[in-house]
Ligand binder design. Sequence first.
Ligand code: SF4
Ligand code: SF4
Length: 213
Amino acid sequence: MAPVATVRPVVRQYKEAFAREAARHARAGGHAIVWEKGGRARLVMPLPKAGDPMDLHYWSLLDLGKSRWKKMPSGPYRGLATAMIPRDCHDIVRRRAQRDAVWPDPQRAITFDCLDCGACCRDNYVELDKDDIARFRHAGRADLLRAPYTRKKDGKFVLRLLRSKRCRHLEEDNRCAIYQLRPSSCSVFPVGSECCLHSREAEFELYDGDPPN
Ligand code: SF4
Ligand code: SF4
C-alpha cells in the first residue's frame, strides 16, 4: 500500500461572540469549536459529503460518538453543518484545537504511510457486517468466522486480538494478511481522520501538531 496524501480539517476554538470568524474558518474547510452559554460546545464544519463513508468531516463526528448533524438554514453558520458536542467530549475537542494551534491554515495537507504505522489495527474493535461474512464464505474462508479469528459478542462477529492487542491479521511488516477480504470497517477507515490521528497518538504518541502539555 503506497503512502496516502490527504487534506484534513484544522480545528480551532472560538467564543460565541466570534461566530462569524468561526463560520469563516469552517467555510475554508476547517472545523470550529464554538463555546456557547452554559458551557455548551458546538462543532461547525463544512457539510459532510452524502454517501461518502470516508468523508473526514463525518469521521470527526463519529469520533465524538455522534453521526448526525444539522445543516443551518440561517444565521452566521448558514449552509454549514453543526452538531452539539457531548459534554464528555469537551476535553477531546479542546485537545484537538490545542494540537492544531501550530497549523496556520484552515486545512492541512498531510501524507501518511500505513505500512510505517499500523496503529488502527491495534487495540481496536472490529465488528463484521453481513457483507464481510458473505465475502469470507464466498472466498472459501469461513474459518475466519471462528476462533481464533473471531468471537461472538451480542450476536455479532468481532475480530479477536492477540494478547499484545494487535489484530490477529496484522503481520510483522504492518500488512493485513487478509487485505483483499478485510472487513468493510477496515477498508473505509480514512487516513488523516480524527480516528486515525487518535490511534497514532494512543498507540505511538505520534502527534500531528502540538503534543499535550
Ligand atoms: S492509524 Fe492512520 S496512518 Fe496509521 S495505519 Fe491506520 S489509517 Fe494508516
Ligand atoms: S483485519 Fe486487517 S485491516 Fe482490519 S484491523 Fe485487522 S489487520 Fe487491520
